[in-house]
Write a protein that binds this ligand. Structure first.
Ligand SMILES: C[S@@+](CC[C@H](N)C(=O)[O-])C[C@H]1O[C@@H](n2cnc3c(N)ncnc32)[C@H](O)[C@@H]1O
Length: 305
């Protein structure tokens, strides 16, 4: 997939980070992911789309609930790792493909549940992604967002986003505050079913380990120093604390559950169109639903099972 900047830089960032990211979330965040998915309360047999799925963090857990899960990500290497993890867990009800969340090759009004975890900060433009979420969700269906958010205080938010930007080495990484995040979905006509901001204690060095650094240049060490300098007046709103020689901070995570109101009929697509769109992912629409189609040898490598 050839992409314009800055999206190409996001794709490069997550292709580069795919292996450490997958190792990290599967070893450290399994319990947290289980609790997050339990909060969503997915129903067995629901048709679910996980957007910007990474190595399958949420998608594989949703599969354990018996949902029929389709998951997409911009980074091919994430998709390869996700497929490998699905095979290892014998989780065959979960299907992965490369796609851009801003232009989903998927039918409208189709999914019972759309999920998106810890990814909105990396989208260069959010309104088109939220519009796509709205389009593909069936009327009455739900959208679950788990997202790191910045403090409501504008000064702290600016400092935190400067640090986030240094960690991603120029690729888009911008945290919204919870109020702005909610407003974005309200503007797209979603109805809020449940909204909470939870504080999660993170190890600073774990957060830095997922940075896009030129290690030889010492940029990770410099960023660590800059973060610690915010501890005195908490200018980044991280509530830094030292415990047994290690630094921790408190990440704010917005957990938002939205509903597309059932009166909505925006974005209807003909069955024919839906079929054409979905075939490019190696999936096909049958009886208004999705299923895996046979993937032929002529398909591009990134889209093979
Ligand atoms: C921080 S990771 C989160 C992955 C996963 N959802 C999780 O909870 O672990 C962000 C993911 O967003 C993906 N991403 C960024 N922009 C995207 C886009 N336009 N379309 C699809 N995926 C995108 C990245 O490739 C990356 O895998």
């Amino acid at each position: 997939m050839t992409l314009p900047e800055p999206k190409a830089s996001v794709q490069r960032l997550f292709n580069n980070l795919s292996t450490p990211y997958a190792c990290f979330v599967f070893s450290h965040y399994r319990g947290e992911t289980r609790r997050d998915v339990a909060w969503i309360k997915p129903n067995p047999r629901e048709l679910v789309l996980d957007l910007a799925c990474g190595p399958g963090t949420l998608a594989l857990e949703l599969g354990r609930y018996g949902c029929r899960v389709y998951a997409v990500d911009l980074a091919e290497k994430m998709i390869l790792l996700a497929r490998r993890a699905a095979r290892r867990r014998n989780n065959l009800g979960v299907h992965f493909a490369v796609a851009d969340a801003e232009r989903l090759p998927l039918p409208s009004n189709c999914f019972d549940l759309v999920t998106c975890g810890y990814s909105l900060a990396n989208f260069p433009a959010l309104p088109p992604v939220v519009a796509e979420m709205f389009r593909v969700t069936r009327p009455g269906g739900r959208v679950a967002i788990l997202e790191a958010v910045a403090p409501e205080d504008a000064g702290q938010r600016t400092v935190l986003n400067r640090l986030e930007q240094l960690r991603s080495a120029g690729a888009p990484a911008r945290l919204l505050c919870s109020t702005d995040l909610r407003a974005l979905f309200e503007r797209a006509s979603f109805l809020l079913l449940d909204g909470q901001v939870r504080e999660r204690r993170r190890r600073l060095d774990d957060w830095l380990s997922l940075g896009n650094f030129d290690r030889a240049a010492g940029s990770c060490r410099q960023l660590r120093q800059q973060i610690l300098e915010t501890a005195g007046d908490d200018s980044a709103g991280l509530h830094l604390e030292r415990c047994n020689g290690r630094w921790f901070f408190y990440a704010k995570v917005a957990c938002l559950l939205w509903q597309k109101q059932s009166t909505s009929s925006r974005g209807k697509a003909s069955k024919e169109k839906a079929h054409q769109k979905t075939a490019s992912l190696g999936w096909r629409v049958s009886k208004g639903s999705l299923s895996r189609r046979h993937v032929s040898r002529s398909d591009p490598p990134a889209q093979q099972a």
